[in-house]
Design a protein. Structure first.
Length: 196
């Protein structure tokens, strides 16, 4: 089974999202992010002068994952649903969430591999994080601000994710947030105001 971005699939999804692409557009792809896509493969895709990052999810292409196929499909599909929902937010909300621009996606479905197309951050990302020493205090604060921004935007909007996704996402965020807040309670470097 061939595994990777297929020209016709990528161009079709980009057009569905309003991208103006000629039929004779140059198309190239290069594998990037080895080991950074959960069970997906990550590619840099160039269409004429434009560049995108494409994540291809196909658990059926990997041996030994038969039992996990349903879970992997759901994780990919939930990510596509989230970005479709987020792409309809106001420009201010999108800016506050600091999400990459979403250029289209397709659910994992039976024999069809899942596709997720987003903004290319090549050359604009931090690559030198020392995973052994952990995150700096400033980075942790920024992550927490992002989580709070997401939750506050989500809770005040009328347009919600489908109920099943909302429950799963809400449960995951609430559980993780409680664990994180409990763990930070005794940290002297967090002010009382920041703990609120």
């Amino acid at each position: 089974m061939e595994f990777g971005p297929k020209r016709e699939d990528i161009l079709s999804l980009l057009r569905e999202e309003g991208q103006q692409i000629n039929d004779d557009a140059d198309f190239s792809c290069q594998r990037i992010g080895e080991g950074k896509g959960f069970i997906s493969l990550i590619y840099k895709v160039n269409v004429d002068a434009l560049s995108y990052v494409v994540k291809i999810t196909n658990p059926r292409a990997f041996e030994g994952l038969a039992e996990e196929v349903n879970v992997i499909d759901k994780v990919h599909n939930r990510e596509v649903n989230f970005y479709r929902w987020a792409s309809k937010l106001s420009e201010n909300d999108k800016k506050e969430l600091k999400l990459p621009q979403f250029f289209g996606g397709r659910h994992c479905n039976g024999d069809k591999e899942g596709i997720f197309i987003m903004e290319d951050f090549t050359g604009r990302m931090v690559n030198d994080i020392d995973w052994l020493s952990g995150f700096s205090v400033d980075l942790v604060k920024e992550i927490l601000r992002s989580v709070v921004s997401y939750q506050s935007i989500y809770l005040r909007l009328d347009s919600k994710l489908p109920a099943g996704d909302k429950k799963a996402i809400n449960h995951a965020f609430c559980f993780q947030t409680k664990l994180q807040l409990d763990a930070m309670e005794d940290k002297p470097w967090i002010s009382k105001a920041e703990k609120r």
